[in-house]
Design a binder for this molecule. Structure first.
Ligand code: G6P
Length: 372
């Protein structure tokens, strides 16, 4: 009903708007002003977490993209090897796991069949499983050794938005907590980032306030057949997620690529006027990533692409090459997906609406895939 949608035209629009609160709720009680994490609710003793020698993340769909981003965070802050794998692939492999492997299963619903089977497969081999889940008492957390709940509240629209952002928050919390418990050389950075997480709800709010030009852009592209997305580092999974949203909602041909792979094939797709969305990392910090992306934008623009650039506020270097610039607040590079994904959600939702699609219930898709 209209009341359930809180005055929004769709659940998806409401859930996009709910994101600052969902992020704040997922952080609540878990971080403090000193930059320390409190995750005692994760019932894996610190001593066991110190024994972990490998992390494997399994998930499907949008949750898989959260897992891809988690890999960058976990490897950086914990120095543990980490792999992220589609649950549907993992469950039929012979993965090398033992008691020292921590498997993280990410699922909004807690009922996705492939993710459930992947975690059973992992537990049979003695691995410990931590679920990141949005649904209390669902099957995946019940069958896991431990659970960290996301507090997004019920997500009704089939395409995941606020659940994704809170999955990211939970992944960062796990990565930072593992770093805190195990004591890495990044202790100071970990405490700083934990404090910075508190700013994320406000930053997401700021992104949401500046979406009118993104909506206008989406409407102007409604007749296009293809949109490409490119990114590097954590911007690569953001590109995949932007493309997935467009497939799910707008039924358009959309692909995400790692920018470094452009020359190995995708650049052949670029033609006059093709919309290409580029996710640009912060020019501060690891500036080498930023320089590489700027040259990628120049390359695709020189071949006629219509460049839509998602970049940090004040990033002057991208301005000359952006046919359309979408700015997001400055964040540490690893956290940028929390703000960079939001315009892509709005973009897909508006484009789908302009094409006359029903955004809450896209054709052929289910909210929770409980069969193979
Ligand atoms: C379906 C939904 C997606 C979701 C995926 C995984 O495909 O349409 O939005 O990302 O399942 O769902 P889960 O509940 O395991 O996160």
């Amino acid at each position: 009903s209209a009341a359930e949608k809180g005055g929004y035209a769709s659940f998806m629009l409401k859930e996009i708007a709910d994101q600052p609160q969902a992020v704040a709720d997922t952080l609540l009680g878990r971080v403090d002003g000193e930059g320390l994490l409190h995750l005692d609710e994760v019932r894996i003793p610190a001593a066991e977490l110190r024994e972990v020698d490998k992390v494997v993340i399994v998930a499907c769909g949008t949750a898989f993209h959260a897992g891809m981003i988690a890999k960058y965070a976990i490897e950086h802050w914990t120095r543990l090897p980490c792999e992220t794998e589609l649950a549907s692939e993992f469950r039929y492999r012979d993965p090398i796991l033992d008691q020292r492997t921590l498997v993280v299963a990410i699922s909004q619903s807690g009922e996705t069949m492939d993710t459930l089977m992947a975690l059973r497969h992992a537990r049979e081999q003695g691995a410990k499983v931590l679920a990141i889940c949005n649904t209390n008492g669902s099957t995946i957390p019940r069958e896991s050794d431990a659970v960290l709940y996301t507090h997004a509240g019920p997500e009704v629209a089939v395409a995941s938005t606020k659940a994704f952002l809170t999955q990211l928050v939970a992944c960062y919390l796990v990565a930072l907590y593992l770093g805190q418990v195990r004591g890495t050389k990044w202790g100071d950075e970990i405490r700083t980032v934990v404090r910075q997480l508190a700013d994320v709800p406000r930053e997401v709010d700021r992104v949401l306030e500046t979406m009118e030009p993104v909506r206008a852009l989406a409407r102007s592209l409604a007749h296009h057949g293809t949109v490409l997305f490119v990114g590097r580092h954590v911007g690569y999974p953001v590109a995949l997620e932007g493309a997935l949203k467009l497939k799910e909602l707008a039924y358009m041909h959309a692909e995400g690529f790692a920018a470094g792979e452009l020359k190995h094939g995708p650049i052949a797709l670029i033609e006059e006027g093709l919309p290409v969305v580029v996710i640009v990392p912060s020019p501060r910090g690891r500036s080498v990533l930023h320089d590489k992306i700027v040259s990628n934008i120049q390359e695709i623009r020189a071949r006629g692409a219509h460049t839509i650039v998602v970049a940090e506020e004040g990033d002057e270097a991208v301005v000359p090459y952006a046919d359309h610039l979408i700015t997001v607040p400055a964040t540490p590079t690893l956290l940028q997906p929390l703000v960079a994904t939001v315009p892509l959600q709005v973009f897909a939702c508006e484009l789908a609406t302009a094409r006359g699609n029903e955004v809450d219930q896209p054709r052929n898709l289910a909210k929770s895939v409980t069969v193979e």
